[in-house]
Design a protein around this ligand. Structure first.
Ligand SMILES: [Zn+2]
Length: 379
């Protein structure tokens, strides 16, 4: 009778299990680190930043300072508003290779971050509570992120150059609409009635946006999803409901001239679902689409439809030329590059030494001789 399992073949099965057990259980520290790295590299849970560091491109002491710079920047952030553009000049000091920005991302908007310089850049997106959301390096052209939070989300983006990188880089953070515009050939300028407008003599509020277009204009699926209902009757007249499982949202198209989909059908973003009309209680008005978004109650569709942000103000000058606070005028160190009094950290003294790290609009990103980080305007 054949022996299916020699003692040796048992070991072949057991040995990998033992490795996994050692890895999961902790075991000897040196072993664990090696295995952990192998698992991270193999299964891709390491960030591009960590993978770069493991290549040991610089002396251990430099790499330790580089890690410190990253951690310090996540605790030493400045506040900006979207859209934002900033030109950064990395200082020769390794501790200044990382920068972080805190900002608010509203619902309905997709964040797009791009950055370009001559050396590698490592970006990581977090919530302001420190939860890691996305990692990125400049091998891919941009990072995109959307929030599912109905009230939007406060985010933190950290960007680090390689140690001793002598290149400057430009960071751009903008938002674009999360959804495709639902009426072919139109944009938000065709919206004539907005969220919250009074209806039926104040009896109810407008829970959507009215988008005016010629009768018969194609209506497009704003995202991929499943047609959940196709109805005729009531205030909406001919209506189509589209369910977006990825975002957990339902889209409502009303007053259609004709419906071109069936319930249960799957559609891709951009597929035609119907044609503009004035059915239902729109009989007495010009043809338009009433578009609504629902997720446990109605949401204002406008931010989901409003076009891409206008280009941010480009930096007014090249950074890296200021070494001290001008003697004339009053100058302030601020938490954000805006003039509001609430942003002021403290007044700067004339002649005070500075390290100039970047420029956004008319503000410089500076580090003071006392080690404080902030924005300052020297106009
Ligand atoms: Zn309406």
């Amino acid at each position: 009778m054949a022996r299916y399992h020699t003692p040796r073949s048992y070991w072949r099965l057991l040995l990998p299990l033992l490795f996994v057990a050692v890895y999961l259980g902790g075991g000897c520290t040196k072993w664990r680190t090696g295995l952990e790295r192998w698992v991270d590299k193999t299964f891709g849970s390491a960030t591009p930043r960590e993978q770069y560091a493991w290549g040991k491109p610089f002396a251990a002491a430099t790499m330790a300072r580089w890690d410190t710079a990253f951690v310090r920047s996540t605790r030493d952030t400045l506040l900006v508003e979207l859209p934002h553009e900033e030109l950064i000049v990395p200082d020769t000091n390794v501790l200044y290779t990382a920068n972080a920005w805190d900002f608010y991302l509203p619902p309905g908007r997709q964040l797009r971050i791009s950055a370009g310089g001559s050396g590698p850049l490592f970006g990581e997106l977090y919530t302001t509570e420190g939860e890691q959301l996305l990692v990125w390096d400049t091998l891919s052209p941009s990072l995109s992120y959307e929030t599912g939070a109905p009230a939007g989300q406060n985010l933190r983006f950290v960007l680090q150059t390689a140690p001793h990188a002598d290149s400057s880089y430009r960071l751009q953070m903008i938002t674009v609409p999360a959804l495709l515009f639902p009426v072919a050939g139109k944009d938000e300028t065709a919206i004539r009635s907005f969220w919250g407008a009074s209806r039926d003599g104040g009896q109810r509020r407008h829970e959507g946006n009215d988008i005016f277009a010629d009768r018969g204009t194609p209506l497009l699926a704003v995202a991929q999803g499943r047609v959940s209902r196709v109805r005729n009757g009531g205030l909406g007249g001919k209506t189509v409901w589209l369910r977006d499982g990825e975002r957990g949202l339902s889209y409502y198209y009303a007053h259609l001239d004709s419906q071109l989909v069936r319930a249960g059908e799957y559609v891709e973003r951009g597929d035609t679902v119907g044609l503009v009309g004035n059915t239902g209680n729109a009989r007495t008005t010009p043809p338009h689409l009433h578009f609504g978004i629902y997720a446990r109650g109605a949401r204002d569709p406008y931010p989901y439809l409003q076009g891409e942000d206008p280009p941010p103000t480009p930096p007014a000058e090249y950074p890296g030329r200021r070494t001290e606070v001008p003697l004339r005028g009053n100058h302030y160190l601020r938490i954000a590059p805006q003039r509001e009094a609430a942003n002021v950290i403290r007044q700067l003294a004339g002649g005070e030494p500075l390290i100039d790290l970047g420029v956004t609009g008319r503000y410089h990103r500076v580090r003071t001789g006392r080690g404080e980080l902030g924005y300052a305007n020297f106009d």
